[in-house]
Write a protein that binds this ligand. Structure first.
Ligand SMILES: *Cc1c(COP(=O)(O)O)cnc(C)c1O
Length: 422
């Protein structure tokens, strides 16, 4: 077989990088084959090291809601570069980003910038513990909140894709602070609160789950979370690292009309550069150092290049609400291309086709999908130039850069690929 450049690069990468990748789901383990090495992107398209062109529905796993190399991002970063790459000192743009986040997500009264979604959830949990003086966290099976030690319990995403158990290297004492319930299961949550209510610092949830494939909240689920946490003096943390600025300009909390106590943001907020944030109620956030006693810090936090990219994207989204109408319409067309016997879950521009004819409302339902068929479907799509997440347990993302022509090309590929995957 002719060696492609991607195959050569993958072999070389595996000598120096564990599994050849810097994040596990990139490795194509569950679908087989070699991941294309990406050379560049433009709008909704990416090009690999062999010159193959794909319509990209990963979008860097969520950040690229405007597509690759959007002019507002390129201009903002180029302008920031003329001033310097990092100062480790406060800058005016950080205030502008914080003010923009507050305006778009009103429950966030104060916000702290960090470098990754993992850092955001880890810090939000520390703040929740410090503020409440309690140790326990409740999370939902299949929700992924980054690779925070205490949250790698029944975590979806890469862990589910690889079929790994809860991760080695996490001390038992850490995982013991985490209680889990099935997603969308209010009675299970009520039982947890009945047994442990006074010890629970926080409930953390993906308000639309994207990390076991896309799973929307059942009607009333968020209202129950809000009520149970408030009644028990626990905090409600919406992990909007994926949903923030994506399912609506104000995130899932705007879509469902819920005001969480703390919110974590990532992905879109950096416009493709490494940035994330956590924030929420003023009385809670003033516990963070240096205004309060809870320590959290970062050498590159609020990095000028990342801040300028994020600010440009958020301002663009706030000024163009029609983007969300377009995302909704384009994603709905993709969803409609699924044949009978496939369960389609979609919220806005997040979408998963589950290879099962049963409804998918939690991790157990998702696991009933036929991942072998998914693998055939995935490769049929890739052969037709459509780059989807290489796992049944990930959501795809439509961007504002996807054109009508992209969508109709994709719909044609979907029709053929679903048939080939039979
Ligand atoms: C991606 C993601 C994270 C982790 O963010 P990283 O930047 O990869 O550390 C946390 N929570 C959710 C909901 C995510 O989708």
């Amino acid at each position: 077989m002719q060696q492609t450049r991607s195959t050569q690069l993958f072999e070389r990468a595996r000598l120096s990088i564990p599994g050849g990748v810097n994040s596990p789901v990139r490795a194509f383990r569950s679908v087989g084959g070699t991941p294309p090495f990406i050379a560049r992107g433009e709008g909704s398209h990416i090009f690999d090291a062999d010159g193959n062109e794909f319509i990209d529905y990963i979008g860097s796993w969520g950040p690229l809601i405007l597509g690759h190399r959007h002019p507002v991002v390129l201009d903002a970063v180029a302008e920031a570069l003329t001033r310097g790459t990092s100062f480790g000192a406060p800058t005016e743009q950080e205030i502008e980003l914080a003010e923009t986040v507050r305006a778009m997500v009103p429950s966030v009264e104060m916000v702290r910038l960090v470098n990754s979604g993992t850092e955001a959830t880890m810090s939000a949990l520390r703040v929740a513990r410090g503020f409440t003086g309690r140790d326990l966290t409740v999370k939902f099976e299949g929700c992924y909140h980054g690779h925070v030690d205490s949250l790698l319990v029944k975590a979806g995403s890469g862990v589910a894709t690889l079929g790994l158990p809860d991760s080695p290297g996490v001390p038992k004492g850490f995982s013991d602070t985490t209680l889990t319930a099935p997603y969308n299961d209010v009675p299970a949550l009520e039982e947890i609160f009945r047994l442990h209510g006074p010890q629970i610092a926080a409930v953390i949830v993906e308000p639309v789950c994207g990390n076991m494939g896309c799973i929307p909240p059942a009607p009333g689920f968020h209202q129950a979370l809000r009520r149970l946490t408030a009644d028990n003096g626990s905090l409600l943390i919406f992990d909007e690292v994926m949903t923030g600025f994506r399912v609506a300009a104000g995130g899932a909390q705007a879509l469902y009309g819920i005001r969480p106590d703390l919110t974590t943001l990532g992905k879109v907020i950096g416009g493709g550069l490494p940035i994330a944030a956590y924030g929420g109620r003023r009385d809670i956030m003033t516990f963070v150092a240096p205004s309060g006693p809870i320590y959290q810090a970062g050498t590159l936090s609020g990095n000028p290049l990342a801040v300028s990219a994020g600010l440009a994207v958020l301002r663009h989204l706030a000024a163009h609400p029609e983007i969300y109408t377009r995302l909704e319409q384009a994603a709905a067309e993709l969803a409609a291309a699924a044949p009978q016997g496939i369960t389609v879950n979609r919220v806005g521009s997040m979408l998963t086709w589950f290879f099962t004819d049963q409804p998918v409302t939690n991790a157990d339902d998702a696991r009933r999908s036929d991942t072998k068929r998914f693998g055939r479907f995935f490769h049929a799509m890739l052969d037709r130039g459509i780059y989807l997440p290489p796992s049944q347990f990930e959501a795809l993302f439509v961007s504002a850069a996807h054109t009508d022509a992209d969508i109709s090309t994709t719909v044609d590929a979907l029709r053929e690929s679903f048939r080939l995957a039979e």
